[in-house]
Design a protein around this ligand. Structure first.
Ligand SMILES: [Ca+2]
Length: 99
């Protein structure tokens, strides 16, 4: 059992992908019960090259919050992830090697 600081029947957030490669996922079972949440490989385009856009067969496509105010910039239903929603049309800065 995972202790959550909020009511599971009235979660503050839903429509997330709780998939992880961690052996001990944090509360994945509980999060999976939240409305709209999924637990599936998001199938990023090329994560090894830091390309975390959703691939064409991603289960996160059109799986985000269905309300009209959260539609993707292209007018489709919200995608789960950093590139979903009305502000999702952005390009990450190139990796400068960091500190
Ligand atoms: Ca979409």
């Amino acid at each position: 059992m995972c202790a959550l600081p909020y009511d599971v029947d009235d979660p503050p957030r839903g429509h997330n992908d709780t998939w992880t490669t961690l052996e001990r996922p944090y509360c994945r079972e509980e999060f999976a019960t939240w409305p709209g949440n999924i637990a599936a490989d998001p199938r990023f385009v090329e994560p090894d090259a830091d390309d975390y856009r959703l691939g064409a067969d991603s289960p996160c496509s059109d799986a985000g919050i269905p309300d009209d105010e959260f539609r993707d910039f292209d007018g489709s239903r919200n995608d789960i992830g950093a590139f979903g929603g009305p502000m999702g049309d952005w390009t990450p800065l190139p990796d400068d090697g960091g500190p």
